[in-house]
Design a protein. Structure first.
Length: 422
């Protein structure tokens, strides 16, 4: 029996923590995955990157363990546990053998509830972030991505900033701000845990209750919402990087939320436009036929807020203007003419197949369960997924393309050895 045919148990504890469990006894491994609603959408003005620093500090020392002891506790048995911030949430990922579950859970309890934010580790991480930011500013694709987000989303919007913030904002982050952020946003009623693998459901409920059941949420639960934005006027921003050999292009506008009822239809449309090299028009036409790009794709990135719709390309400096024109032409064709029945079928097969492959690992299955819980899709989402896509018609996809694609409003960001005056 495949993983997704097994029963998922959902249990909400008295303190609001949500636990999802799916047994899979195929081998003696377990995936622990979590989403905590404590991402950089909650960063204070001027302290962008705060949530990221907090997340990175969780494994750097607690009231009970040094970072070396945390690492030894997990790595000595081949387990690992990692924490990373994103715009909306903090991700928790653990891999372990089932026999080591109690050991890893003890560490997880410790890092979530009792980090002590050692000053020395804060300074080490601060300088590491400086290095990351400097490195990203030397990469044409990272620069183009930053420029487009800064153009589409206004200053102060969570999607305007990198999760890591800026060098100036990270310099201002002090230990007291980390402690305050953790006290406010690290709370059980903002945490979803998914445990998939060689476990017994009732035993896991009891163990999570013992470890985290007495964790108390203080104060009112913070709202989990991203401000909506208006479509902006088309802008073109260029950052010359004349020592590089490739130009990266990012063009796009605001997209949709994950809970938009047209999400699945849009996902099919984008698969045809630029979501997969095998069937995508952008790849087949702009790259293969016209030879204008080394790589080219498109993506809708929906989440709690209206994530970005963007098309991306890496091109020879002599082909920048032609590539931009060609990409916009393909977006306009998608909007005006839509897709064919054959393209619809190919996209449905692609998405259904990729989803089934994702369910073949404990970690992949846990990720799907977390997505379903985070966006209120229901425990039967795994069973419904393929039928949702199979029931979408060509007419629906073409209507979505007309509604959500706006080539005339696409802002354009260009980074690399490009002189816009030529």
């Amino acid at each position: 029996m495949s993983n997704h045919q097994l029963t998922t148990t959902r249990h909400v504890f008295d303190n609001g923590l949500t636990l999802l469990i799916q047994e899979n006894h195929f081998n003696q491994t377990v995936a622990i995955s979590g989403r905590l609603k404590a991402g950089n959408m909650y960063d204070r003005q001027g302290l962008y990157g705060l949530s990221d620093v907090v997340a990175n500090m969780l494994t750097k020392g607690t009231e009970n363990r040094t970072w070396e002891e945390i690492a030894e506790k997990t790595e000595s048995v081949g387990a690992n546990i990692g924490v990373a911030a994103s715009t909306e949430t903090v991700s928790i990922e653990g891999r372990l053998l089932s026999k080591d579950f109690d050991r890893v859970l003890d560490v997880l309890k410790d890092i979530l509830r009792a980090p002590n934010f050692p000053q020395e580790e804060i300074e080490k991480h601060r300088h590491q972030v400086y290095s990351w930011l400097k490195a990203w500013e030397d990469e044409t694709d990272d620069v183009a991505d930053r420029l487009l987000r800064e153009t589409v989303y206004p200053d102060g919007h969570p999607y305007h900033w990198r999760v890591q913030g800026t060098e100036e904002s990270v310099k201002r982050i002090q230990r007291e701000a980390l402690i305050d952020f953790h006290a406010c946003y690290y709370r059980p009623d903002s945490l979803i845990l998914a445990i998939v693998g060689d476990v017994e459901t009732q035993a896991i409920i009891e163990k999570i209750d013992a470890a985290l059941g007495d964790w108390i949420a203080n104060g009112e639960k913070p709202p989990f919402a991203i401000p909506a934005v208006e479509y902006g006027e088309k802008q073109i921003v260029v950052q010359p990087m004349m020592d590089k050999s490739q130009v990266n292009i990012e063009l796009g506008h605001k997209g949709i939320t994950r809970t938009n009822p047209d999400f699945y239809t849009i996902n099919l449309m984008n698969a045809v436009l630029g979501g997969s090299a095998g069937i995508a028009r952008l790849f087949g036409r702009v790259r293969d036929v016209q030879g204008l790009a080394y790589s080219v794709w498109s993506s809708f990135t929906p989440s709690i807020g209206e994530g970005l719709f963007h098309a991306s390309a890496g091109v020879n400096p002599t082909n920048v203007d032609k590539a931009v024109k060609s990409i916009l032409h393909e977006i306009e064709l998608m909007k005006s003419e839509g897709i064919t029945e054959e393209e619809l079928s190919d996209a449905q097969n692609l998405i259904a197949g990729n989803f089934m492959l994702a369910l073949e690992t404990n970690r992949g299955l846990a990720a799907v369960l977390l997505t379903a819980e985070l966006y209120g899709l229901g425990l039967d989402y795994l069973e419904r997924h393929e039928s949702i896509y199979r029931n979408i018609t060509r007419a629906q996809v073409n209507a979505a393309a007309q509604k959500y694609l706006h080539p005339d409003l696409c802002s354009i960001a260009i980074a690399g050895p490009y002189d816009e005056t030529q």
